[in-house]
Design a protein around this ligand. Structure first.
Ligand SMILES: [Zn+2]
Length: 416
């Protein structure tokens, strides 16, 4: 380990070993993990993380949503903490790195500061947010959402898993209801280090993604009403074909997204044909349009355009059309000072980097509502995530952790 200065690095082997040890808890069936939130495996993962934090001299606080806050004291009693975190829960067929990397890299930053004998003015708090994935209890980023005031705790406690168990009951059952009021903590800054979950960094051979924005999104649910009719005996001129209208709307969504480059995306991932029989024209088609952009005006403009064009497409075919928004969040612009700090850290360390937009939601997107926040990303193989085959290299993991270390030191300030 080098002396304090620009060559400072985390301990890559220790970070990797910790990732591998955590991955032994709640193993998947294909080399990944099934450590869903508020399961016995989640509790076991939390205990391991707690033990490691104990070993690093951190003190634990837990709030009533089960969010874990592990504090390394600073030297200035008036200074607000610098938070570093992500989530230890996984998808049912999740990878070993999604979320886990951000939490354990935070721990590694603290361990490295301990090794180097560096004290910071601001405290550093390593955070594990409960239920980021939303796989067991929808929606995703539930506990950071309560922390940021997006949801109430009552709403969160009442969320049910597929077996009908509530979030509140299960949090109680695994023994992780803390005593701190959610959202009472104030943050000087929030950093989240995460795998990209997309293909851009690997394809371009970049070590580091400097995350400038989280995309905003709209989910628009369309219900098209046609007329069920025999596919063989109904002449083309006499059909009221809701399926054809759906196809034309999909084409239109594609065009609208392409016209809003760079950064915009749009598509349809879910379609229900009714009655969904191979020789019946559908009487009803329900589908969800998913549009995203980091630019608020563009995002809202795309929605307005799609909602104006779709009824015209349907009318020309005699098809009924209604639309309802069923999901939304605003784009997030990360704190320019923290973004610049991350970019400079990558630069100083000699890592290749590019600015990048997070296409997925993260706890950082909610934290940004209550604190200056930003993210750091590393590549992942083939952009694969939410998949047991999710993979990164030890070198990729360490590079982002090095950047995190430098950015945290810069923001927390080295004590005199
Ligand atoms: Zn994640």
């Amino acid at each position: 380990m080098a002396a304090p200065g620009e060559n400072m690095r985390v301990n890559a082997d220790r970070l990797w070993d910790s990732l591998m040890d955590m991955a032994k808890i709640g193993p998947g069936i294909a080399g990944g993990n099934n450590r869903q939130t508020l399961t016995d495996s989640d509790a076991e993962g939390r205990r391991l993380f707690q033990a490691w934090c104990d070993g690093a001299g951190l003190t634990m606080g837990v709030d009533t949503m089960g969010n874990m806050f592990m504090t390394r004291e600073g030297t200035d009693p008036d200074a607000l903490p610098v938070y570093v975190g992500s989530h230890l829960d996984t998808q049912p067929t999740g990878g070993k790195y999604d979320g886990v990397l951000g939490v354990l890299a935070g721990l590694e930053v603290v361990r490295s500061l301990n090794d180097l004998g560096i004290r910071t003015k601001h405290p550093i708090v390593v955070t594990n947010w409960t239920n980021e994935e939303g796989a067991r209890f929808a929606p995703a980023m539930l506990a950071s959402g309560v922390f940021a005031g997006v949801h109430t705790q009552d709403y969160a406690y009442g969320r049910k898993d597929p077996e009908g168990k509530t979030f509140g009951e299960e949090l109680q059952r695994i023994g992780w209801v803390g005593d701190e009021e959610v959202g009472a903590r104030k943050m000087h800054a929030y950093f989240e280090y995460h795998i990209e979950q997309g293909p851009i960094l690997e394809a371009e051979g970049k070590d580091i993604g400097v995350v400038t924005h989280c995309q905003g999104l709209w989910w628009l649910e369309f219900t098209l009403t046609g007329r069920e009719a025999h596919t063989g005996s109904t002449p083309m001129t006499m059909r009221v074909n809701a399926g054809l209208a759906m196809a034309r709307i999909l084409e239109m969504v594609q065009m609208v997204a392409m016209e809003n480059q760079p950064g915009a995306v749009g598509g349809v991932g879910q379609v229900f044909f009714s009655p969904n029989s191979r020789n019946v024209l559908p009487g009803k088609v329900v589908f969800t349009v998913d549009i995203r952009s980091p630019d608020q005006a563009k995002l809202d403009g795309m929605r307005t355009r799609i909602e104006a064009e779709a009824p015209k497409i349907c009318e020309a075919l005699g098809v009924g059309c209604s639309v309802e928004p069923v999901g939304h969040f605003d784009p997030v612009t990360f704190d320019p000072t923290l973004v610049a700090t991350v970019r400079k850290a990558a630069e100083d360390l000699g890592y290749s980097h590019r600015d990048i937009i997070s296409g997925a939601g993260h706890d950082a997107c909610w934290a940004a509502r209550v604190a200056p926040a930003t993210m750091i990303m590393c590549p992942c193989v083939d952009g694969l995530s939410h998949n047991e085959a999710e993979d990164i290299s030890k070198e990729w993991a360490a590079a982002g952790a090095d950047v995190l270390l430098h950015a945290v030191i810069e923001t927390a300030g080295i004590a005199e």
